[in-house]
Every structure is written in structure tokens, then in C-alpha cells.
Design a protein around this ligand. Structure first.
Ligand code: NAD
Ligand code: DAU
Length: 360
């Protein structure tokens, strides 16, 4: 069986990928993660007795560690999920985003290049470096613009998006300049189990269950293209197995929703799954000050991955949202662990001012 090095595997998408990879026996996994605020030790606890899974705490920017790590573990592929991933945090403190997303990816590429050059010709043929990126690198669409394609020009608007765009360009350059066999995927908004509750969907679910306001930035008419996380993981595996090297693929849910519609859907589902007498969760909806530089609309044209690799999302938004809410209802210990002191500090930092601004 092959061995994959997964970076950032203790976060939302990486952990879902690892759980699926082990369940479906895609590969043995070594997970290298710095364990920032966005990870939770409980996330992968069910793999503790799995001999095909190993965890190492480390930073993708620590080149000495990565060099030794690659020599020791000899992976057949590297999938780089590691990143600072939350747009609002990138607005309040961009430094960490440049550090991990740009410089960290650069160091990981350097180590991968050195490792690749030492591999036998046979292993070089099989080796892949797959970089996980985002649709935010393409910027913002109007209502009538066509959806993002792989050849849409990059126009990032937030420090997060700019740092991801920078990392995508480096990955591209390492393919063209050094022949490192890279692949890049640019995906739309994911949702599902194990997502840190700073992101819209889990934040709304948990605030609602706790009777707290449900903050909607601006007029709530910004649009995102939502994809269930397991569909994303399957697309990544398919690209890794079947794509020609140097390719990029857009991955999306074909599921554009306004933020207000998403929040109202969650409220309606909670009215059924966790009803309270004489109360509708939608009464907690609160419009707050907008995110600076808030991209209006994202939409992905997935026709290339559909045509080349036959991938399509399997989950509908209704069924995916139901599964997601049920997961949060059934995993209160996981929720308590991530809502630690640091989480409260973040909520105060991000939402304290927004409320104040509204009351003026
Ligand atoms: P996340 O924030 O949930 O997890 C990121 C993980 O990376 C965490 O476990 C963290 O500890 C780890 N990490 C951070 N800095 C690191 C470093 N320097 N070295 C090693 N590990 C480090 O993120 P996510 O939502 O799972 O996103 C994963 C990837 O997918 C990111 O690259 C993100 O840009 C991309 N992406 C996310 C979405 C989405 O909707 N969440 C959509 C498209 C693309
Ligand atoms: O498009 C892919 C991207 O999706 C990923 O690259 C990012 O890592 C991921 O965080 C996500 O970015 P968004 O900014 O789109 O996701 P977020 O969940 O933060 O916000 C979704 C929408 O909801 C966005 O328009 C902002 C809005 N929002 C968000 C929060 C946290 C609110 O209205 N209120 C909120 O409290």
C-alpha cells in the first residue's frame, strides 16, 4: 500500500480525508500538523490503534524537520492541506498567513524537491505533490459573471486569499522550473463534520443551540458555492490517482446559496431536530457590520474535473446539512474541547466591535 504524507491533517478537511483514506484503504497515512488552535486532539482519536496511521507534530516551514521526516518516512505522495484558513483572522492578523501559507509552502516545496531528486526513476514516476487551494484566489463575481474556471485570472481580495494565491504560484513554478510533479486543486466552501466553529455553518449551529445571536455580515446576500467535505475528499483522491502532472482542477458543489438562505435552512432544521417550545431559531438572526473587502459571490465551474475524471458531488445540500447538524448534536465533547478559552477570545475580537458598531 502507498504512503501519503498529509500536512494539516488535524484540521477540518485534512482529518476528513485521513478518516476516509483509512476506511477505504487508500493508503497508509503520516499526518504532520503544527496543532494550531484550528485542530482538536479528539478529531482523530478513533485512529489511535490503527497501525497504518502515524502522527508527527511539526511545522511545514521547519525545513530541517521536513527533510529528515521525508528521508525517514519515504512517502509516495504529499498532500498539503496545512494552512491558516479563516478570512476574518487574516484581516485582523495577516502575519501568520504569510508565514504558513506562503513561506511554509515554499519550505515544503524545497524539501519535496530535494527528496524527489533522490528518488529512483521508478519512484519519481509515481511521486506527486498535491496542493490544496481555494476558489478565493479568483476574487469576487457579480450576479451575472460566469463561474470560475481553471483559466480565470487570479484576483485575490483578502490577505488569506492573497497568501493562498502566492502558494499556488510557487507550486506552479516548482513544476515548470524544477519538474516537481505537482497538482493543484481549487475548491469552494466546504462544510461537514469536524469544522472549527469560527466558520459560518458550525458557528451558526452552535450559537443557535446556545441561544446566542446568529451574526450575518452585511445584507446576507453574499453567495458561496457549498460542497460537502467528503465529496471534496473524493475529488482530491481522484486527482491524485488519475490526473496528469502539472494540472489544476476546480472543485465545487454546483450549489450557490446566499448566506441568509444558509442560516435560515439551518434554523429550520434545528426547529425539527432540537425543538424548543414557542421558539423559532430564526428569531436569533442578527445582521452585523460587514467583513472588510467581503467577496460578493463565488461559483465554481467543475466541468473540467467532471469531463477528465468523471467526478461529481454525491451529497445534496439538504442531506449534507442534515448530517452536519446531527454530527454537532452528537459530538458535544468535541465541541466543548474546541470552545476553549482561546475560542472565547476570538469571538470577542471578531464580534465585539461588530455589535458595538451597529449600536452607534
Ligand atoms: P483548518 O484551519 O481546519 O485546518 C488547518 C490545519 O493546518 C490545522 O490542523 C492546523 O493545525 C494545521 N496547520 C496550520 N499551520 C500549520 C503549519 N505551519 N504546519 C503544519 N500544520 C499547520 O483548515 P481546513 O478548512 O481544513 O482547510 C484545509 C486546506 O483546504 C487549506 O489549505 C485551505 O486553504 C483549503 N480550503 C479550505 C476550504 C474550506 O471551506 N474550509 C475550501 C477550499 C480550500
Ligand atoms: O471558498 C473557499 C473558502 O471558504 C476557503 O478557502 C476558506 O478557508 C473558508 O474559510 C471559506 O471562506 P469564507 O470566508 O467564504 O467562509 P466563512 O465560513 O468564513 O464565511 C462564509 C460566508 O458567511 C461569508 O460570506 C462570510 C459570511 N459570514 C461568516 C461568518 C463567520 C457571516 O455572515 N457571519 C459570520 O459570522
Amino acid at each position: 500500500m502507498q504512503t501519503f504524507l498529509i500536512t494539516g491533517g488535524a484540521g477540518f478537511i485534512g482529518s476528513n480525508f485521513i478518516l476516509k483514506a483509512r476506511k477505504e484503504q487508500w493508503a497508509n497515512i503520516i499526518n504532520l500538523d503544527k496543532l494550531t488552535y484550528a485542530s482538536n486532539p479528539l478529531t482523530l482519536a478513533e485512529l489511535q490503534d490503527d497501525s497504518g496511521y502515524n502522527f508527527v507534530r511539526g511545522d511545514i516551514g521547519d525545513i530541517e524537520l521536513i527533510n529528515n521526516f521525508l528521508d525517514q518516512h519515504q512517502p509516495d505522495a504529499i498532500i498539503n492541506f496545512a494552512a491558516e484558513s479563516h478570512v476574518d483572522r487574516s484581516i485582523l492578523s495577516p502575519q501568520d498567513f504569510i508565514q504558513t501559507n506562503v513561506l511554509g509552502t515554499f519550505q515544503l516545496l524545497e524539501a519535496s524537491r530535494a527528496y524527489y531528486e533522490k528518488l529512483s526513476a521508478q519512484r519519481q514516476k509515481q511521486f506527486r505533490f498535491l496542493h490544496i487551494s481555494t476558489d478565493e484566489v479568483y476574487g469576487s463575481l457579480t450576479q451575472t459573471d460566469p463561474a470560475f474556471r481553471e483559466d480565470t485570472p487570479y484576483a485575490p481580495n483578502s490577505p488569506y486569499a492573497a497568501s493562498k494565491a502566492g502558494s499556488d504560484h510557487l507550486v506552479r513554478a516548482y513544476y515548470h522550473t524544477y519538474g516537481l510533479p505537482t497538482l493543484t486543486t481549487n475548491c469552494s466552501n466546504n462544510y461537514g463534520p469536524r469544522q472549527f466553529p469560527e466558520k459560518l455553518i458550525p458557528l451558526i449551529i452552535l450559537n443557535a443551540l446556545n441561544g446566542k445571536p446568529l451574526p450575518i455580515y452585511g445584507d446576507g446576500q453574499n453567495i458561496r458555492d457549498w460542497l460537502y467535505v467528503e465529496d471534496h475528499c473524493e475529488a482530491v483522491y481522484l486527482v491524485l490517482q488519475q490526473s496528469s502532472i502539472g494540472e489544476t482542477y476546480n472543485i465545487g458543489g454546483n450549489n450557490e446559496q446566499t448566506n441568509l438562505a444558509v442560516v435560515e435552512k439551518i434554523c429550520a432544521l434545528l426547529d425539527e431536530l432540537a425543538p424548543k417550545p414557542n421558539f423559532h431559531y430564526s428569531s436569533l438572526i442578527t445582521f452585523v457590520k460587514d467583513r472588510p473587502g467581503h467577496d460578493r459571490r463565488y461559483a465554481i465551474d467543475s466541468s473540467k474535473i467532471k469531463q477528465d475524471l468523471g467526478w461529481e458531488p454525491k451529497e445534496s445540500f439538504d442531506s449534507g446539512l442534515l448530517k452536519t447538524i446531527q454530527w454537532y448534536l452528537n459530538n458535544s465533547t468535541w465541541v466543548e474541547q474546541v470552545q476553549s478559552g482561546a475560542y472565547h477570545t476570538w469571538i470577542q475580537q471578531n464580534y465585539g466591535d461588530r455589535k458595538a458598531a451597529l449600536s452607534h
